[in-house]
Design a protein around this ligand. Structure first.
Ligand SMILES: [Fe+2]
Ligand SMILES: [Fe+2]
Length: 148
């Protein structure tokens, strides 16, 4: 599977998790559980995506700046995750930080799909894209196997 396709499947998981998370209320098990899932999903995706998408693109002149920008956004997202984590789960601050995080992530996913994927498509051969996709998928499979 090509890397872009593999990534998009996991972006769908993130979009769905955020929708569910923002629908929770108060300091509930549901909210805590969904937040842990979001946090985990963001972390394992960012790690595999950097390895099998951004690192190869950073080596190519035409995509170097975008790849750097994408990785920088992963760090910003990590910081927003910490802000949510530090707030009381039943406070209005929690909801504010969770909404900020969701907004940032959704913007990031759209930018990857609409801006970076078409550019990556131009600089990677079909063979490279498929190889990276397979490596991405097996890294994600491994990360999910290590859950709990
Ligand atoms: Fe990303
Ligand atoms: Fe992504």
């Amino acid at each position: 599977m090509k890397i872009e396709k593999a990534i998009v499947l996991d972006h769908a998981i993130q979009r769905d998790l955020f929708k569910q998370l923002l629908d929770t209320s108060g300091d509930s098990d549901n909210r805590r559980q969904l937040f842990e899932q979001v946090k985990h999903e963001l972390a394992i995706h960012a790690d595999a995506e950097e390895r099998y998408f951004y690192v190869p693109l950073i080596k190519i002149d035409a995509t170097q700046d975008d790849a750097r920008h994408g990785i920088a956004e992963h760090h910003e997202i990590e910081e927003l995750v910490e802000k949510v984590e530090e707030a009381d789960f039943d406070s209005s601050a929690w909801l504010k930080h969770a909404k900020n995080l969701a907004g940032k992530v959704l913007h990031h996913l759209d930018e990857e799909e609409q801006d970076y994927f078409p550019k990556a498509d131009k600089v990677l051969s079909d063979e490279q894209a498929s190889e990276l996709g397979d490596q991405y998928l097996s890294a994600m499979k491994e990360a999910r196997r290590n859950e709990d």
